[in-house]
Write a protein that binds this ligand. Structure first.
Ligand code: NAD
Ligand code: UDP
Length: 331
């Protein structure tokens, strides 16, 4: 398939580009570099041994989006492009709604006009809101606690409605849990600007000595050691899930939702201790106040993706911690 990767220069998109190439697909990346850098493209080219077609484009621009589809004759789209910082979405809701909703509307409009019928969308476990029951299954109720989450849920609704109205259309909504890790080459990984919000990029900055210590947000949750529990998944496992999802989308019609997680929850201290052990490096930390909006525990029931897509995560927490550090120490 010839597949457009919107946001393909980003963290998850760049790893997915490599796995799609390995699986024999032709890929085209479109990105505006609002949260990535052009040198990622060179790294992808180096890993796949070929120059990947790239277009610098903002998908909130309707004319540019239509023009790209007119030029390129895609068979499918994986739509990663979006703003993703929860805290920032609370202070900049207009920018978040505009970027994350307008881009999707422009893409589905272009898909309709140029008869492109297969789409995979990057959704998030955040759409489950505050979990009432664990593990989380795809059919469980959804809700959100911040504008970022709402953009994901609204996009899921838009894509569901668009698919209902068009019998040729096929959409897979992927609800990611917590991606960490990096490509084994150490060439690409997660490299956020400024002080990271997420746990693993914060840990690697502490390990490098850029930040003095990790703040562990709360040790009084009802979890095994009192710290928050999440379902961390290696980004390469996640990327492979997209290969299965887009191939599934091509063969089916309608909307399907899949959790992409491991089904296993690890605490903040599990991550800190594993990172220290496998990399033989100290991560100083202090216990801090709980962070607003955090839930105690969140992990997936990953059974549907295993049964229907024949996909499951294979990499361990040791792999995730090793690969995160292998990338971070050189970048
Ligand atoms: P990322 O920020 O690294 O990648 C997103 C890419 O999209 C960036 O390269 C950015 O420049 C680009 N982009 C944003 N708006 C654009 C626009 N209007 N036009 C063109 N390009 C645009 O993020 P990521 O971690 O790779 O996440 C990819 C997708 O997965 C996002 O939609 C994100 O919300 C979703 N997601 C991420 C996580 C996570 O923890 N990383 C979890 C759940 C869901
Ligand atoms: N966390 C932490 N310190 C940090 C960042 C995160 O203790 O500097 C905790 C957070 O409270 C949560 C877990 O690490 O329990 C994962 O947080 P992250 O922001 O990476 O992902 P989330 O699941 O919140 O999207």
């Amino acid at each position: 398939m010839k597949i457009l990767l919107t946001g393909g220069a980003g963290y998850i998109g760049s790893h997915t580009a490599i796995e799609l190439k390995k699986a024999g697909h032709e890929i085209v990346i479109g990105d505006n570099f609002s949260n990535s850098k052009p040198d990622v493209l060179e790294k992808i080219n180096q890993i796949v041994g070929q120059k990947i077609e790239f277009h610098e484009i903002d998908f909130t621009n309707q004319n540019d989006t239509l023009k790209l589809f007119e030029e390129c004759h895609f068979d499918a789209v994986i739509h990663f492009a979006g703003l993703k910082a929860v805290g920032e979405s609370c202070t900049m809701p207009i920018e978040y709604y505009k970027n994350n909703i307008d881009s999707t509307l422009n893409i589905v409009e272009a898909m309709k006009k140029y008869d492109v019928n297969n789409l995979v969308f990057s959704s998030s476990a955040t759409v489950y809101g505050i979990p009432k029951k664990l593990p989380l299954k795809e059919g469980m109720p959804t809700s959100c606690t911040n504008p970022y989450g709402w953009t994901k849920l609204m996009n899921e609704q838009i894509l569901t409605d668009v698919t209902r109205a068009n019998p040729k259309f096929s959409v897979v909504l992927l609800r990611y849990f917590n991606p960490i890790g990096a490509h084994e080459s150490g060439l690409i990984g997660e490299d956020p600007n400024g002080i990271p919000n997420n746990l693993m990029p914060y840990i690697t900055k502490v390990a490098k000595g850029v930040l003095p210590e990790l703040n562990v947000f709360g040790n009084d949750y009802p979890t095994k050691d009192g710290t928050g529990v999440r379902d961390y998944i290696h980004v390469v496992d996640l990327a492979k899930g997209h290969v299965d999802a887009i191939e599934y989308a091509e063969k089916h019609r309608g909307v399907e939702i899949f959790n992409l997680g491991t089904g296993v929850g690890y605490s903040v201290l599990d991550i800190v201790n594993t990172f220290s052990r496998v990399n033989n490096i100290k991560v100083p930390y202090r216990i801090a106040e709980r962070r607003d909006g955090d839930v105690a525990e969140c992990y997936a029931d990953a059974g549907k993706a295993r049964e229907v897509l024949n996909w499951s995560a294979t990499k361990t927490l040791d792999d995730m911690c090793k690969d995160s550090w292998n990338f971070a120490k050189n970048n």
